[in-house]
Design a protein around this ligand. Structure first.
Ligand SMILES: Cc1cc2nc3c(=O)[nH]c(=O)nc-3n(C[C@H](O)[C@H](O)[C@H](O)COP(=O)(O)OP(=O)(O)OC[C@H]3O[C@@H](n4cnc5c(N)ncnc54)[C@H](O)[C@@H]3O)c2cc1C
Length: 460
């Protein structure tokens, strides 16, 4: 698509992922004239290589688990095998439908999508394929890429990143997953359900290390039960590819042989060579630094999504995009509380949280109260045969400042948990609200009843 040189927009957005397209949609909804520059496919990492395809694979994994475990529920079933062609077809179908929907939405709202690689050339211009597009405001939303470790090259075959893992045409016999954070444990979980022998290697002392210590411990127990091997507190040393796979050496000299190595050690900001520094945008280790209103150091230039230091999550990008569009339109939106952004790790069992961990809350408030409600007391969780907990952290005599949950399907409970945190609810506020029986949601209600001093199905 070409446009005349000098075409001017209210906003030019550089990058059409979660952050960028949300900015464009909201801005267009506010009557602004928007151009969205995208070099690949609108929808970005989340839609094409992240949230959506991984969750489709995890759902297929859940189906495999259900078939394998049917006998526990009196249903005679078993897994004959996993056809990755079929799994990929299902996954790609979901992505394609959402992609078409997004393209339609952008068109419907009159957003000009400019295909090609953009480069910031001044505080008000982006060049794409030799054409310069002018924006009264520019929003940087160029996203992130899979990082590796020094000396560890991603060859896309034996040593792979998440984007390669999503297009595998086979279930690997065995895999080493480097990194026990969210992306690592999600693949470890799905592959185990498909029959892969997985070993996770994590340098920090726990899996999902940014979560509350109780959540990490409970997930580790569940993974042990699922026979997912993990070595925590174990830094990676080197990897050597062979004809049949990869040999991974960890600190201490142990060598783990596997068919492939998935490197899931985090995501770096995609900002190099895009002109940001030349135009004077302040950066910190490749990230674009902003104030709380997402303004960069250059007036009129904003940044959203994974290039802004903080949680790298799609819904954070959506919210930041909405915020920036409203800010540019002069609506003075409320500043986003990063701590109030919900987090879900979609492995089996799921880990979901919002707010502060117990350790963070103690550091902030000194004295806190906590309550762990075991899913053993929750009817629906027993029906599902899942174990785990709902943990509440409250400021002493104050509102709930953290909710942490582990168990199958608890990710779906985060909606209520984030309202509780973001509306600064006291346990007594939630305790008087009625939760449907039998649901897993009830566990949240019961935890608040107990913390408000009137426990129902709860004993210490
Ligand atoms: C395996 C995996 C699983 C994930 N699961 C979840 C999940 O379950 N939930 C969740 O909330 N988050 C998840 N995430 C994170 C989520 O995908 C990101 O936080 C989100 O995509 C960030 O949005 P963004 O707009 O900042 O960047 P991106 O989505 O990366 O989009 C940036 C876009 O900019 C384009 N671009 C870059 N440079 C240029 C240029 N010079 N010119 C033109 N276009 C350019 C890119 O092609 C891309 O489309 C996951 C990520 C991965 C990798």
């Amino acid at each position: 698509m070409t446009d005349t040189v000098g075409t001017s927009y209210d906003i030019v957005v550089l990058g059409g992922g979660s952050g960028g397209y949300a900015t464009a949609l909201r801005a267009a909804g506010l009557g602004l004239n928007v151009a969205l520059v995208e070099k690949d496919k609108v929808g970005g990492t989340c839609l094409h290589r992240g949230c959506i395809p991984t969750k489709a694979i995890l759902h297929a994994a859940e189906v495999a688990d259900s078939a394998r475990e049917g006998e526990q529920f009196g249903v005679k079933s078993s897994v004959e095998g996993v056809d990755m062609g079929g799994v990929n077809k299902y996954k790609d179908g979901v992505v394609d439908r959402l992609f078409k929907g997004l393209v339609g939405q952008l068109k419907h709202r009159g957003i000009t999508v400019i295909e090609g690689e953009g480069r910031l050339t001044s505080p008000t211009t982006v060049a794409v394929n030799g054409t310069t597009y002018t924006g009264k405001n520019i929003v940087l939303a160029s996203g992130s890429y899979s990082k590796s470790l020094p000396g560890l090259e991603l060859d896309g075959d034996r040593v792979i990143a998440s984007e390669h893992a999503l297009t595998l045409d086979r279930v690997p016999e065995s895999a080493v997953v480097l990194g026990g954070g969210v992306i690592g444990v999600e693949f470890a979980s799905a592959w185990t359900s498909f029959g892969t022998k997985v070993t996770i290697v994590e340098a920090l002392p726990n899996l999902v290390p940014s979560e509350d210590a109780d959540a990490s411990k409970t997930l580790e127990r569940a993974f042990r039960k699922r026979k997912i091997a993990f070595k925590t507190g174990t830094p990676f040393e080197s990897a050597e590819t062979t004809d049949s796979g990869v040999k991974v050496t960890v600190k201490g000299g142990e060598v783990i042989d596997a068919e492939l190595l998935l490197v899931a050690v985090g995501r770096g900001p995609n900002t190099a060579g895009l002109g940001y520094e030349e135009v004077g945008v302040a950066m910190d280790r490749g990230f674009v630094t902003t104030d709380e209103r997402l303004r960069t150091s250059v007036p009129g230039v904003y940044a959203v999504g994974d290039i802004v230091p903080g949680l790298q999550l799609a819904h954070r990008g959506f919210q930041q995009g909405i915020f920036v569009a409203e800010q540019i339109a002069g609506l003075n939106p409320a500043v986003i509380d990063e701590t109030g952004i919900p987090r879900v790790t979609y492995c089996e069992p799921e880990v979901a949280s919002v707010g502060l961990t117990e350790a963070q809350a103690k550091e902030k408030y000194g004295e806190v109260e906590t309550l762990n409600y075991n899913l053993g007391g929750n009817g629906k969780s027993q029906i599902l045969k899942t174990a785990g907990f709902v943990k509440l952290v409250r400021e002493k005599d104050g509102p709930v400042v953290g909710v942490h949950m582990v168990g199958s399907r608890v990710g779906e409970l985060i909606g209520e948990a984030q309202l509780i945190y973001n509306w600064e609810a006291f346990p007594a506020d939630v305790a008087q609200l009625v939760h449907m029986h039998p649901t897993q949601n009830e566990a949240l209600g019961e935890a608040h009843l107990a913390l408000a001093g009137k426990p129902l199905h709860f004993h210490d």
